[in-house]
Design a protein around this ligand. Sequence first.
Ligand code: PHE
Length: 342
Amino acid sequence: MTIDEFRTRVESHKAEASQHILGALDANALEEQRTHVWSRTVQQSFSKALGELPADDRREAGRLFNELKVHVEAVLESRRAEIASLQHALDKPKLDLTMPARARWRGGKHPVTLVIDEIVAIFRELGFTVALGPESESEWYNFSALNFPADHPAMDMHDTFYLGEGALLRTHTSPVQIRTLQSSPPPIRILAPGTVFRRDPFDASHAPAFAQVEGLAVDEGISFVDLKATLTLFAQKFFGKTRTRFRPSYFPFTEPSAEMDVECRLCGGRGCSACKGTGWMEILGSGMVHPSVLEAAGIDSERYTGWAFGMGPGRIAMLRYGLPDIRLLYDSDIRFLEQVAE
Ligand code: PHE
Protein backbone atom coordinates (compact mmCIF):
# COMPACT_ATOMS: atom_id res chain seq x y z
CA MET A 1 0.00 0.00 0.00
CA THR A 2 1.23 3.50 -0.82
CA ILE A 3 0.55 6.68 1.14
CA ASP A 4 -1.82 7.78 -1.64
CA GLU A 5 -3.82 4.62 -1.34
CA PHE A 6 -3.87 5.10 2.46
CA ARG A 7 -5.13 8.66 2.00
CA THR A 8 -7.91 7.51 -0.35
CA ARG A 9 -8.94 4.86 2.15
CA VAL A 10 -9.05 7.42 4.97
CA GLU A 11 -11.12 9.83 2.85
CA SER A 12 -13.63 7.23 1.76
CA HIS A 13 -14.05 5.97 5.31
CA LYS A 14 -14.59 9.51 6.50
CA ALA A 15 -17.45 9.94 3.99
CA GLU A 16 -18.96 6.54 4.64
CA ALA A 17 -18.81 6.92 8.43
CA SER A 18 -20.43 10.37 8.32
CA GLN A 19 -23.24 9.08 6.15
CA HIS A 20 -23.97 6.15 8.48
CA ILE A 21 -23.81 8.23 11.63
CA LEU A 22 -26.12 10.95 10.30
CA GLY A 23 -28.60 8.28 9.19
CA ALA A 24 -29.12 7.08 12.77
CA LEU A 25 -32.55 8.18 14.05
CA ASP A 26 -32.30 7.26 17.69
CA ALA A 27 -29.76 6.49 20.40
CA ASN A 28 -29.79 2.74 19.75
CA ALA A 29 -29.26 3.12 16.01
CA LEU A 30 -26.44 5.55 16.68
CA GLU A 31 -24.70 3.10 18.96
CA GLU A 32 -25.09 0.42 16.31
CA GLN A 33 -23.51 2.67 13.68
CA ARG A 34 -20.68 3.58 16.03
CA THR A 35 -19.72 -0.08 16.53
CA HIS A 36 -20.00 -0.56 12.79
CA VAL A 37 -17.94 2.40 11.45
CA TRP A 38 -15.56 2.99 14.35
CA SER A 39 -15.04 -0.37 15.98
CA ARG A 40 -11.77 -1.55 17.46
CA THR A 41 -11.39 -3.81 14.37
CA VAL A 42 -11.77 -0.87 11.99
CA GLN A 43 -9.24 1.16 13.95
CA GLN A 44 -6.84 -1.76 14.09
CA SER A 45 -7.03 -2.31 10.36
CA PHE A 46 -5.97 1.32 9.84
CA SER A 47 -3.06 0.91 12.32
CA LYS A 48 -2.05 -2.24 10.54
CA ALA A 49 -2.05 -0.57 7.09
CA LEU A 50 -0.10 2.33 8.58
CA GLY A 51 2.53 -0.07 9.90
CA GLU A 52 2.97 -1.56 6.45
CA LEU A 53 3.80 1.79 4.83
CA PRO A 54 7.38 2.82 4.11
CA ALA A 55 8.92 4.47 7.17
CA ASP A 56 9.03 7.93 5.48
CA ASP A 57 5.30 7.96 4.93
CA ARG A 58 4.24 6.91 8.40
CA ARG A 59 4.33 10.36 9.88
CA GLU A 60 1.94 11.70 7.21
CA ALA A 61 -0.24 8.55 7.54
CA GLY A 62 -0.36 9.02 11.31
CA ARG A 63 -1.63 12.57 10.85
CA LEU A 64 -4.29 11.39 8.37
CA PHE A 65 -5.40 8.63 10.70
CA ASN A 66 -5.61 11.03 13.63
CA GLU A 67 -7.64 13.47 11.56
CA LEU A 68 -10.06 10.65 10.67
CA LYS A 69 -10.43 9.77 14.34
CA VAL A 70 -11.12 13.38 15.36
CA HIS A 71 -13.64 13.75 12.52
CA VAL A 72 -15.57 10.55 13.26
CA GLU A 73 -15.73 11.33 16.97
CA ALA A 74 -16.95 14.87 16.30
CA VAL A 75 -19.70 13.63 13.96
CA LEU A 76 -20.72 11.01 16.52
CA GLU A 77 -20.88 13.61 19.28
CA SER A 78 -22.91 16.13 17.33
CA ARG A 79 -25.38 13.46 16.20
CA ARG A 80 -25.68 12.25 19.79
CA ALA A 81 -26.57 15.81 20.89
CA GLU A 82 -29.15 16.18 18.10
CA ILE A 83 -30.85 12.91 18.99
CA ALA A 84 -30.90 13.84 22.67
CA SER A 85 -32.61 17.14 22.00
CA LEU A 86 -35.17 15.52 19.65
CA GLN A 87 -35.87 12.93 22.30
CA HIS A 88 -36.33 15.64 24.90
CA ALA A 89 -38.91 17.38 22.70
CA LEU A 90 -40.77 14.10 22.13
CA ASP A 91 -40.81 13.28 25.84
CA LYS A 92 -42.54 16.56 26.70
CA PRO A 93 -46.35 16.43 27.21
CA LYS A 94 -48.01 16.38 23.83
CA LEU A 95 -49.63 19.54 22.50
CA ASP A 96 -52.53 18.64 20.22
CA LEU A 97 -53.18 21.68 18.06
CA THR A 98 -56.21 20.04 16.44
CA MET A 99 -58.05 19.64 19.73
CA PRO A 100 -61.14 21.90 19.88
CA ALA A 101 -60.90 24.68 22.46
CA ARG A 102 -62.92 24.31 25.65
CA ALA A 103 -66.11 26.36 25.42
CA ARG A 104 -66.15 29.22 27.91
CA TRP A 105 -69.31 30.96 29.05
CA ARG A 106 -68.99 34.66 28.38
CA GLY A 107 -72.05 35.77 30.27
CA GLY A 108 -75.41 36.75 28.90
CA LYS A 109 -78.57 38.65 29.67
CA HIS A 110 -80.12 38.05 33.08
CA PRO A 111 -83.53 36.34 32.90
CA VAL A 112 -85.22 39.44 34.39
CA THR A 113 -83.60 41.62 31.70
CA LEU A 114 -84.73 39.15 29.03
CA VAL A 115 -88.31 39.37 30.29
CA ILE A 116 -88.19 43.21 30.41
CA ASP A 117 -86.78 43.34 26.88
CA GLU A 118 -89.57 41.10 25.65
CA ILE A 119 -92.32 43.09 27.41
CA VAL A 120 -90.91 46.32 25.95
CA ALA A 121 -90.73 44.80 22.45
CA ILE A 122 -94.39 43.70 22.58
CA PHE A 123 -95.64 47.11 23.75
CA ARG A 124 -93.35 48.94 21.32
CA GLU A 125 -95.32 47.35 18.48
CA LEU A 126 -98.45 48.91 19.99
CA GLY A 127 -96.88 52.39 19.94
CA PHE A 128 -95.52 52.56 23.50
CA THR A 129 -92.15 54.19 24.18
CA VAL A 130 -89.88 53.77 27.19
CA ALA A 131 -89.83 56.41 29.95
CA LEU A 132 -87.58 56.35 33.01
CA GLY A 133 -87.73 57.97 36.42
CA PRO A 134 -85.45 58.28 39.46
CA GLU A 135 -85.10 55.52 42.06
CA SER A 136 -84.90 58.07 44.83
CA GLU A 137 -88.26 59.84 44.83
CA SER A 138 -90.23 62.32 46.88
CA GLU A 139 -93.22 61.26 48.98
CA TRP A 140 -95.35 63.42 46.73
CA TYR A 141 -94.51 61.49 43.50
CA ASN A 142 -94.51 58.10 45.17
CA PHE A 143 -97.72 58.54 47.23
CA SER A 144 -99.54 61.89 47.39
CA ALA A 145 -99.86 62.57 43.67
CA LEU A 146 -100.99 58.96 43.26
CA ASN A 147 -103.98 59.63 45.49
CA PHE A 148 -102.70 57.89 48.61
CA PRO A 149 -104.39 59.88 51.39
CA ALA A 150 -102.04 60.72 54.27
CA ASP A 151 -101.84 57.78 56.68
CA HIS A 152 -104.02 55.66 54.42
CA PRO A 153 -103.73 51.92 55.14
CA ALA A 154 -102.85 51.32 51.48
CA MET A 155 -99.40 52.62 52.36
CA ASP A 156 -98.94 49.53 54.51
CA MET A 157 -98.71 47.53 51.30
CA HIS A 158 -95.58 49.51 50.58
CA ASP A 159 -93.16 49.18 53.44
CA THR A 160 -90.94 52.08 52.54
CA PHE A 161 -87.25 52.87 52.86
CA TYR A 162 -87.34 56.55 53.88
CA LEU A 163 -84.29 58.65 53.07
CA GLY A 164 -85.31 61.65 55.19
CA GLU A 165 -86.52 65.15 54.24
CA GLY A 166 -89.48 63.83 52.28
CA ALA A 167 -87.31 61.58 50.13
CA LEU A 168 -87.64 57.82 49.82
CA LEU A 169 -86.69 54.91 47.60
CA ARG A 170 -89.62 54.48 45.22
CA THR A 171 -91.82 51.56 46.22
CA HIS A 172 -93.24 51.19 42.71
CA THR A 173 -92.73 52.57 39.20
CA SER A 174 -96.07 54.44 39.32
CA PRO A 175 -94.40 57.82 40.10
CA VAL A 176 -93.17 57.69 36.48
CA GLN A 177 -96.86 58.05 35.52
CA ILE A 178 -96.94 61.45 37.26
CA ARG A 179 -93.62 62.59 35.80
CA THR A 180 -94.81 61.65 32.30
CA LEU A 181 -98.21 63.30 32.71
CA GLN A 182 -96.44 66.47 33.84
CA SER A 183 -93.90 66.56 31.03
CA SER A 184 -95.79 65.46 27.93
CA PRO A 185 -99.32 66.28 26.77
CA PRO A 186 -101.65 63.40 25.77
CA PRO A 187 -101.87 61.20 23.79
CA ILE A 188 -99.50 59.25 26.06
CA ARG A 189 -98.37 55.66 25.70
CA ILE A 190 -95.36 54.83 27.81
CA LEU A 191 -93.70 51.87 29.45
CA ALA A 192 -91.46 52.44 32.48
CA PRO A 193 -89.21 49.57 33.52
CA GLY A 194 -87.11 50.03 36.65
CA THR A 195 -86.07 48.90 40.10
CA VAL A 196 -88.30 49.46 43.12
CA PHE A 197 -87.61 49.00 46.84
CA ARG A 198 -89.63 47.67 49.74
CA ARG A 199 -88.74 46.81 53.29
CA ASP A 200 -89.74 43.20 52.80
CA PRO A 201 -87.93 40.23 54.29
CA PHE A 202 -85.68 38.55 51.70
CA ASP A 203 -87.35 35.16 51.37
CA ALA A 204 -88.50 32.74 48.67
CA SER A 205 -91.14 35.16 47.35
CA HIS A 206 -89.93 38.63 48.46
CA ALA A 207 -86.88 40.74 47.70
CA PRO A 208 -86.07 44.21 49.08
CA ALA A 209 -85.25 45.45 45.58
CA PHE A 210 -86.95 44.11 42.49
CA ALA A 211 -87.96 45.08 38.96
CA GLN A 212 -91.28 46.49 37.84
CA VAL A 213 -92.63 47.56 34.48
CA GLU A 214 -95.22 50.32 34.52
CA GLY A 215 -97.53 51.03 31.60
CA LEU A 216 -99.64 54.13 31.00
CA ALA A 217 -102.00 55.12 28.19
CA VAL A 218 -103.87 58.45 28.29
CA ASP A 219 -105.97 59.98 25.53
CA GLU A 220 -109.49 61.17 24.77
CA GLY A 221 -112.08 58.42 24.88
CA ILE A 222 -109.92 55.65 26.38
CA SER A 223 -112.00 53.04 28.21
CA PHE A 224 -111.64 49.86 30.22
CA VAL A 225 -112.13 47.97 26.94
CA ASP A 226 -108.78 49.31 25.74
CA LEU A 227 -107.12 48.17 28.97
CA LYS A 228 -108.58 44.69 28.79
CA ALA A 229 -107.92 44.22 25.07
CA THR A 230 -104.33 45.47 25.25
CA LEU A 231 -103.35 43.43 28.32
CA THR A 232 -105.02 40.29 26.95
CA LEU A 233 -103.15 40.72 23.68
CA PHE A 234 -99.93 41.16 25.65
CA ALA A 235 -100.52 37.91 27.58
CA GLN A 236 -101.18 36.01 24.33
CA LYS A 237 -98.01 37.37 22.77
CA PHE A 238 -95.84 36.79 25.80
CA PHE A 239 -97.06 33.40 26.98
CA GLY A 240 -98.49 32.01 23.74
CA LYS A 241 -102.11 30.96 23.63
CA THR A 242 -103.38 31.23 27.20
CA ARG A 243 -106.59 31.98 29.04
CA THR A 244 -106.64 35.19 31.09
CA ARG A 245 -109.01 36.62 33.67
CA PHE A 246 -109.47 39.97 35.39
CA ARG A 247 -110.30 40.15 39.09
CA PRO A 248 -111.51 43.32 40.84
CA SER A 249 -108.80 44.83 43.02
CA TYR A 250 -107.89 48.06 44.74
CA PHE A 251 -105.20 50.68 44.14
CA PRO A 252 -105.64 54.30 45.28
CA PHE A 253 -104.48 55.60 41.89
CA THR A 254 -106.85 53.57 39.68
CA GLU A 255 -110.64 53.24 39.65
CA PRO A 256 -111.85 50.68 38.82
CA SER A 257 -108.84 48.45 39.47
CA ALA A 258 -108.23 44.89 38.35
CA GLU A 259 -105.56 42.23 38.62
CA MET A 260 -104.91 40.03 35.63
CA ASP A 261 -104.26 36.31 35.99
CA VAL A 262 -102.96 33.89 33.38
CA GLU A 263 -103.48 30.15 33.38
CA CYS A 264 -100.89 28.50 35.63
CA ARG A 265 -97.83 27.82 33.49
CA LEU A 266 -96.95 24.69 35.43
CA CYS A 267 -100.25 22.78 35.53
CA GLY A 268 -102.06 24.40 32.58
CA GLY A 269 -104.96 25.42 34.83
CA ARG A 270 -105.68 22.10 36.54
CA GLY A 271 -104.37 23.32 39.90
CA CYS A 272 -101.01 22.56 41.51
CA SER A 273 -98.87 23.67 44.44
CA ALA A 274 -97.35 26.55 42.44
CA CYS A 275 -100.79 28.15 41.89
CA LYS A 276 -102.06 27.00 45.29
CA GLY A 277 -104.65 24.83 43.57
CA THR A 278 -106.39 27.75 41.81
CA GLY A 279 -105.10 27.08 38.28
CA TRP A 280 -104.32 30.83 37.91
CA MET A 281 -101.28 33.02 38.43
CA GLU A 282 -101.43 36.78 38.97
CA ILE A 283 -99.13 38.72 36.67
CA LEU A 284 -100.13 42.37 37.01
CA GLY A 285 -102.20 45.07 38.67
CA SER A 286 -104.07 47.58 36.52
CA GLY A 287 -106.96 49.99 36.32
CA MET A 288 -108.38 53.20 34.90
CA VAL A 289 -106.26 56.15 35.98
CA HIS A 290 -108.05 57.88 38.87
CA PRO A 291 -109.25 61.40 37.91
CA SER A 292 -107.44 62.84 40.96
CA VAL A 293 -104.16 61.50 39.57
CA LEU A 294 -104.71 63.24 36.24
CA GLU A 295 -105.63 66.44 38.05
CA ALA A 296 -102.61 66.25 40.39
CA ALA A 297 -100.41 66.20 37.28
CA GLY A 298 -102.32 69.09 35.67
CA ILE A 299 -104.32 67.08 33.10
CA ASP A 300 -107.98 67.85 32.47
CA SER A 301 -109.80 64.75 33.72
CA GLU A 302 -113.05 65.79 32.02
CA ARG A 303 -111.36 65.60 28.65
CA TYR A 304 -108.87 62.76 29.10
CA THR A 305 -109.07 59.26 30.47
CA GLY A 306 -106.42 56.59 30.71
CA TRP A 307 -105.42 53.21 32.01
CA ALA A 308 -102.29 51.94 33.69
CA PHE A 309 -100.71 48.71 34.78
CA GLY A 310 -97.75 47.52 36.79
CA MET A 311 -96.16 44.11 36.54
CA GLY A 312 -93.20 42.29 38.08
CA PRO A 313 -90.79 40.85 35.52
CA GLY A 314 -89.13 38.85 38.31
CA ARG A 315 -92.40 37.08 39.05
CA ILE A 316 -92.94 36.54 35.35
CA ALA A 317 -89.39 35.13 35.00
CA MET A 318 -90.21 32.72 37.84
CA LEU A 319 -93.33 31.56 36.00
CA ARG A 320 -91.50 31.26 32.72
CA TYR A 321 -88.49 29.34 34.04
CA GLY A 322 -90.38 27.43 36.74
CA LEU A 323 -88.25 28.89 39.56
CA PRO A 324 -89.17 27.90 43.10
CA ASP A 325 -87.37 30.80 44.83
CA ILE A 326 -87.06 34.48 43.87
CA ARG A 327 -83.60 34.64 45.48
CA LEU A 328 -82.26 32.66 42.51
CA LEU A 329 -82.79 35.84 40.50
CA TYR A 330 -80.80 38.05 42.85
CA ASP A 331 -78.01 35.84 44.19
CA SER A 332 -75.91 36.03 40.99
CA ASP A 333 -75.01 32.34 41.30
CA ILE A 334 -73.19 31.49 38.08
CA ARG A 335 -74.38 27.86 38.24
CA PHE A 336 -77.97 29.12 37.96
CA LEU A 337 -77.35 31.97 35.52
CA GLU A 338 -75.48 29.70 33.08
CA GLN A 339 -78.71 27.74 32.68
CA VAL A 340 -81.11 30.61 32.03
CA ALA A 341 -79.14 33.66 30.86
CA GLU A 342 -79.01 34.11 27.08
N1 PHE B 1 -98.03 50.26 41.45
C1 PHE B 1 -98.79 49.08 41.72
C2 PHE B 1 -97.94 48.17 42.61
O1 PHE B 1 -96.79 48.35 42.73
C3 PHE B 1 -99.15 48.35 40.46
C4 PHE B 1 -100.10 49.12 39.58
C5 PHE B 1 -99.60 49.96 38.62
C6 PHE B 1 -101.46 48.95 39.69
C7 PHE B 1 -100.46 50.66 37.80
C8 PHE B 1 -102.32 49.63 38.88
C9 PHE B 1 -101.84 50.48 37.94
O2 PHE B 1 -98.46 47.26 43.18
